[in-house]
Design a protein around this ligand. Structure first.
Ligand SMILES: Cc1cc2nc3c(=O)[nH]c(=O)nc-3n(C[C@H](O)[C@H](O)[C@H](O)COP(=O)(O)O)c2cc1C
Length: 278
């Protein structure tokens, strides 16, 4: 009887051991999954962010290249993009150099064109559905657009797990390295320690002094960004950050709301970091 009891215990231990081991293997395979940074960049801003992400993640990198590159100036690119949008052209892209099957997580980067991802990225997304993969967007822009673009990526990739990632204005690219480090640590893509930032205060009415800061940061942008109606603030090591609630009216009289983030580093001109259009 004692022997039978011992045998039963032993069998149970072996079964449990196998089960535990196999579930551990599943987890470790997941955490060891490979990561790829894949991007399209026309003028180099998104490329710079992609290379910094690749450096900090220590992963593979590749780019999407248009067969007929957009090598004209800004005005020519805008004109070509508008024509292609109107004609629903699928921009031809070259085959990428990596095998996507090897990767579990893809950091997918693009410039914002017309409020969403650039057309060569649209071609990539229509041919590659990235089913079952983790997709983290990143983007560069003149004023903003990563939120809407990420929603559009999720619509284009219905069987992928799409998350909004890191976005930066092209005029602030020098700040990317530090900001990317914070983004990767806060979202647990890499290990590391970083001082948490305080939350913004509750929004209140804008004072005259805050209105001056808003206009100093926004009035030199190529498009009018509207007028601030509310403000929340927080103090960070980089300076005071403002979250302005903004109302604007388009030339055809349509009213729109946005949130504009501004950083005012000590003793320097304030600059806006992102416009989030509602
Ligand atoms: C055709 C075109 C459309 C653009 N549309 C927007 C836009 O809707 N919103 C915005 O913030 N920036 C817009 N931009 C600016 C680009 O997003 C910005 O310059 C970007 O950083 C370029 O990235 P790249 O250097 O990787 O090509 C547009 C630029 C082009 C050429």
């Amino acid at each position: 009887m004692k022997k039978l009891h011992l045998l039963l215990m032993l069998t149970l231990m072996i079964i449990c051991g196998v089960a535990c081991k196999s579930s551990k293997n599943d987890n470790s395979e997941k955490s060891e999954g490979k990561t790829l940074v894949l991007y399209y960049s026309q003028t180099g801003a998104t490329k710079a962010v992609a290379e910094e992400l690749q450096k900090q993640l220590g992963c593979d990198i590749d780019s999407i290249v248009a067969v007929n590159p957009y090598d004209g100036d800004y005005g020519q690119t805008i004109a070509r993009w508008m024509q292609e949008k109107n004609d629903s052209v699928k921009v031809e892209i070259k085959p990428i150099n990596v095998n996507l099957d090897e990767y579990d997580t893809i950091f997918l980067g693009f410039p914002i064109w017309g409020g969403t991802y650039a057309l060569p990225m649209a071609s990539f997304l229509s041919d590659n559905k990235l089913d079952g993969k983790n997709v983290v967007t990143f983007a560069t822009f003149g004023s903003g657009g990563i939120e809407k673009a990420t929603i559009d990526v999720a619509v284009a990739l219905p069987a992928a797990d799409v998350k909004e990632g890191y976005g930066i204005r092209n005029s602030r690219i020098d700040n990317a390295s530090e900001e990317i480090k914070r983004f990767l640590i806060e979202n647990e893509y890499i290990e590391g320690e970083i001082e948490p930032l305080p939350a913004f205060s509750d929004p209140v009415d804008v004072t005259d002094q805050e209105a001056v800061i808003f206009h100093a940061a926004c009035d030199n942008y190529q498009f009018p960004l509207g007028n601030p109606v509310s403000v929340a603030t927080r103090n960070t090591p980089a300076g005071t950050e403002y979250e302005f609630g903004v109302k604007s009216t388009t030339p055809d009289g349509t009213e729109s709301n946005s949130i504009i983030y501004i950083i005012a580093p000590q003793g320097q001109t304030p600059e806006f970091t992102k416009v989030v259009r509602e």
